[in-house]
Structures are given as structure tokens and as C-alpha cells.
Design a protein around this ligand. Structure first.
Ligand SMILES: *Cc1c(COP(=O)(O)O)cnc(C)c1O
Length: 379
């Protein structure tokens, strides 16, 4: 059994993928070929954002967003501690300081009280609060309505890290319409992935869009050899755009399949584990289906039972960023990051992709409930 079965998806659209890729081989415009523009138009339409700018990967998307917003030395950027390293890694690169914010133990997303404490704290250590990077962890949108209120109050930019959440929504608003700018990743294992690295940014702000297009292409001005700002090379390959155009065609149906599988998992597992809680009017794309146990020992026990049954499971993430060697010197919520520390010891993710079979789902749930009962009877 696969943790994420990309082969099953490929079997579904193999012929169309081949045609698209062969199309690129025929015209030969490997950098910024027509497929890239076509994809940007379709992604913008899909998300509801006015503009989409593709780039080389999801980390660059975050980094380009911070640069375009003018974040730099002396600035504080608020990031959750319970996330993938890329969210925080882009901040010191701009010479700004990341400040680690705690998360909610049910949604795993940024906590508002912790965010406000961190904003107040930044001022007291001589930093200018400039931006917050909420993460749509495991595919669930962060609490943008409230975060945007706080951001307005403190004059912060909101950069939504939707690397795991593209396609998710709050009411009628889809990922891409959150914050000043939304970023995403097309890394193969993300809900919408290509066959290599890829990323994109979404915004309604035309000026910001123009800046991003310039920054990803060596700071170009009106023409290629006219450099109006210091940029970089961060473009999405035409072949990857071609792959994404075909994958986007089936993405809505894949999101529906993910939701249906998650609902089944939850029905079978919620008596034994803390299952994902999706707030009303929110839709998750279930980049991961993550369970939480009452203790680390129970997690170890249940993951061992899965492994014995040849079912893969993974801990996202075993150590919060503020405890990582690379990040432990940076400031954090002065009241501590108790939830980030607690959940990293108790969460684990089980196979989740649109092509899981009924048999797989039932077998996984059976192994898990039996092992949870066994654990509970021995303690
Ligand atoms: C994957 C991921 C990124 C980075 O995306 P890449 O395309 O791998 O650079 C950023 N943030 C989060 C939360 C991610 O999961």
C-alpha cells in the first residue's frame, strides 16, 4: 500500500499527460512557453484570485512574496512553529526575524491569542511587526477571517502559505483569495502536484503581480535585458505547466474523493482517536489525514501495528520549528508554545490520496482500532 499513490492518478490520465508533454517537445519553448500562461489563467480562474504568477517551487513563492512586500531588516514576521521548515526559512533570508506563534491543538493552525501576544512582544524587543504567514496545515485553511482582522488592526501583511491547501475554502472563498498574497507548492506529494518542483502565487493586487513577475525573472523591467530591481531565477518549467494543466482538469473530482475518504476514516476512527475537525463552512483538501492520540506511547504502539500490517504512516511533524537547531535562537510567544510541543509528540498521518480503495480504508481502520483497544487495555 502507498502513502500517496501517484501511479493510480497517472493511470487515469496517462494518455493526456503524454500528449501535453509531447506538445512541449514539439514546440520547444521550455521556459515560459504558452502552457505556463495558460496554466496561470486557469489557476487564477480555479482559485477566484485575479492574478496567478507561477514560480520554481513553494519555498520560492513565499520568499518572492516577502521580497515583493518589502520585508527586510528590523521587521518581525509571525509564523506558526508547527509547520514545515520552509514557512520560517524564507524569513531570515530577507534579514527579517521570524517570531514563532503557537497553534490550536485541534485545527493545528495558528492561534489568535498567541499571534496577538507575539505582535505585542515584537515591539518590546525593538522589531517592527510587518507580516504574518498563516499555514493551511494538512489542507485546512487557517482562520483567515479573524487573522485578517488582527492584521488590519496592527497593519500587517498576510502571506497565506497554502502549499498544502490549494483548492480548500472558507465559505465561497477558495485558497488563493486569502491575505494580500497566497502561495502554493506543486511538489509531487502536495494535493495538486507536478512531476518535479513547482509553485505559484495568487493576488488581486496588480502592482504586486507585476513585481512578482519581475522578481522571478532577474528583476526584469519592460524587457528581458532591462533590470529594474534585484531579482532571481524562479520560473515554472513549461513541461511542469503541461503536466499541471492535465492534473487541474481532474482536481475538483479528486478533492471530492479526498473528502469522501476523510469522512469514512472519521466515521470509523473517531471513537478511538482525535480525528481532524473541520470548522463549519470550511473545506479541507486533506493534504494529510492526521490522527492524534492521548500519549506518545499510544502513537508509537499504533504506528507499529500499522507497520506490522505493511501500512505506511508518517509523523508530520516530530519537532516544532522553535526547537530545531537552526531556529531555536529566534524569538517566540513569551508564554511558550505548549500546543506545538504537545501535538508533535502525539500526531501521525495515515495513507490519504483520492485512489484509496474501500478495502484499504477498512483494513487501515481495523488495524488502528484493534491496536488502540489493545493499548488501552494494557494501561
Ligand atoms: C511543501 C511546503 C512548502 C514548500 O514547498 P516546496 O515546493 O517544497 O518548496 C512550504 N510550506 C509548507 C507548509 C509546505 O508543506
Amino acid at each position: 500500500m502507498q502513502f500517496i499513490d501517484l501511479k493510480a492518478q497517472q493511470r487515469r490520465i496517462r494518455q493526456k499527460l503524454e500528449q501535453r508533454i509531447l506538445g512541449v517537445l514539439d514546440h520547444g519553448a521550455y521556459i515560459l512557453g504558452d502552457e505556463v500562461q495558460e496554466l496561470e489563467t486557469k489557476l487564477a480562474e480555479f482559485s477566484g484570485a485575479k492574478y496567478c504568477v507561477t514560480c520554481a517551487n513553494g519555498t520560492d513563492a513565499l520568499s518572492l512574496a516577502l521580497t515583493a512586500l518589502g520585508i527586510g531588516e528590523g521587521d518581525a514576521v509571525f509564523v506558526p512553529s508547527f509547520t514545515f521548515a520552509a514557512t520560517a526559512e524564507v524569513v531570515p533570508e530577507t534579514l527579517a526575524t521570524p517570531i514563532f506563534v503557537d497553534v490550536d491543538p485541534r485545527s493545528y493552525n495558528l492561534r489568535l491569542d498567541s499571534l496577538v501576544r507575539c505582535i505585542e512582544y515584537a515591539g518590546s524587543i525593538g522589531l517592527r511587526p510587518r507580516a504574518v504567514i498563516p499555514v493551511d496545515l494538512f489542507g485546512l485553511p487557517a482562520d483567515y477571517p479573524q487573522i485578517e482582522e488582527i492584521a488590519k488592526l496592527y497593519d500587517l501583511h498576510v502571506v497565506a502559505d497554502s502549499a498544502q491547501g490549494f483548492g480548500a475554502s472558507i465559505s465561497a472563498k477558495r485558497s488563493g483569495c486569502f491575505g494580500d498574497v497566497t502561495t502554493t507548492s506543486f511538489f509531487p506529494a502536495k494535493p495538486l502536484g507536478c512531476y518535479g518542483d513547482g509553485g505559484a502565487l495568487f493576488t488581486d493586487d496588480e502592482e504586486l503581480k507585476d513585481k512578482l513577475e519581475s522578481l522571478r525573472f532577474h528583476g526584469k523591467g519592460a524587457e528581458k535585458y532591462d533590470n529594474v530591481r534585484i531579482g532571481r531565477n524562479s520560473r515554472l518549467d513549461t513541461i511542469q505547466a503541461a503536466v499541471l494543466l492535465e492534473k487541474l482538469e481532474i482536481y475538483d473530482s479528486e478533492i471530492a474523493a479526498r473528502e469522501a475518504i476523510a469522512a469514512q476514516y472519521t466515521a470509523l476512527l473517531s471513537d478511538h482517536f482525535q480525528t481532524p475537525s473541520i470548522p463549519r463552512n470550511y473545506r479541507s483538501v486533506f493534504a494529510q489525514y492526521t490522527l492524534q492520540t492521548e500519549s506518545s506511547d499510544k502513537r508509537t504502539h499504533c504506528m507499529k501495528a500499522l507497520s506490522d500490517a505493511k501500512i505506511p504512516s508518517v509523523v508530520y511533524y516530530p519537532k516544532p520549528l522553535h526547537q530545531q537547531t537552526a531556529y531555536r535562537e529566534f524569538p517566540r510567544d513569551p508564554e511558550g508554545l505548549q500546543n506545538s510541543e504537545a501535538v508533535s509528540g502525539r500526531v501521525f498521518s495515515i495513507p490519504m490520496h483520492p485512489y484509496l480503495t474501500q478495502d484499504d480504508i477498512e483494513r487501515i481502520a481495523k488495524v488502528l482500532t484493534v491496536s488502540a483497544d489493545k493499548f488501552n487495555n494494557h494501561v
